[in-house]
Design a protein around this ligand. Structure first.
Ligand code: SAM
Length: 284
């Protein structure tokens, strides 16, 4: 039922009845608007019955709609009061992983089959860390849909030369194409956040590299160490240096046709990837 808890009066009454105070540190802004809920759920392109992870279900604004499409739903929620609400609402029809997603998701992934979709209206404070961790562990499925602060979404979408281009752009783009579904104003939530949110979809690239890709992530962070410096200067003082000699880095750059005299922040995902692939042959 996408109209469940669709007004602040109803949510206030629910929280009061259960004796629950909202916690700012957990970024609890619940999505009221049924039209936005519908749009977010349809962006997930969920095959009927497929396994889904929902991060931060809160009072179940999206969970209800998900359950109409699948019976295989695992949700991750940190707040004990909200977990009580979820248990009352959904009983055993969902599986609830209690605690901080950043601490629970690895074990959950190890101990059961992997999800085919991930969805979440993420908390402002840790949304980008959650996405970065899922990318680094290679746990993002074919399609994932996240609602987060517009500034964070802009960084995920940014291309070389854009003002929002950052290490996080290159992390998100390694294995995925990122697209914006829509912006959502504060009034669509309760309590209303001060900032605009965006809904983004991450779709796995057919050529997504599998496995850890540690050198890529290290290179990305090295290249952005200082925005004004050349790639060469950033790499000389960065983390890749603990695995490769400067000589190897120069050779790898030459093999992949890259000019390390360019600024680090101008490198595209493809360029960083071809550089670290060439570099792996020099591993000592
Ligand atoms: N999905 C609901 C909705 O759209 O109305 C709630 C979204 S609210 C923005 C974020 C939710 O994430 C809250 O329920 C909050 O308690 C939960 N949360 C915050 N930090 C978390 C963490 N580290 N692990 C799991 N859940 C977390």
């Amino acid at each position: 039922d996408l109209n469940l808890w669709d007004s602040k009066q109803k949510i206030r009454a629910l929280l009061e009845e259960k004796g629950i105070q909202l916690k700012k540190r957990f970024g609890q802004n619940f999505l009221l608007d049924p039209n936005h809920r519908r749009r977010i759920l349809s962006a997930l392109e969920l095959p009927a019955g497929a396994k889904v992870w929902e991060i931060g279900p809160g009072i179940g604004s999206l969970t209800h709609g998900l359950l109409e499409m699948t019976g295989d739903l695992t949700v991750f929620e940190i707040d004990h009061g909200l977990i009580r609400i979820l248990k009352d609402l959904f009983g055993s029809s969902i599986s609830i992983v209690e605690g901080d997603f950043l601490r629970t998701f690895r074990d959950t992934a190890r101990n059961s089959s992997l999800p085919r979709r991930i969805i979440g209206n993420l908390p402002y404070s840790s949304g980008s860390v959650m996405i970065g961790s899922l990318v680094e562990e290679d746990l993002l499925p074919d399609v994932a849909v996240f609602t987060l602060q517009k500034e964070v979404a802009d960084r995920m979408l940014a291309q070389p030369g854009g003002k929002d281009y950052s290490a996080f752009s290159l992390v998100c783009q390694l294995r995925n194409r990122v697209e914006k579904i829509c912006d959502v104003g504060g009034a669509a939530f309760f309590p209303p956040p001060q900032v605009v949110s965006s809904v983004v979809r991450l779709r796995r690239r057919p050529d997504a590299p599998e496995g850890p890709q540690q050198d890529y992530f290290t290179a990305v962070h090295d290249l952005f160490r200082s925005r004004r410096k050349t790639a060469a200067n950033n790499l000389k003082g960065g983390g890749l240096k603990s695995r490769y000699s400067w000589e190897s880095m120069k050779n790898a750059a030459e093999l992949s046709g890259l000019d390390l005299g360019r600024r680090g922040e101008t490198f595209s995902r493809d360029e960083v990837l071809s550089f670290t692939r060439a570099l792996s042959d020099f591993q000592s």
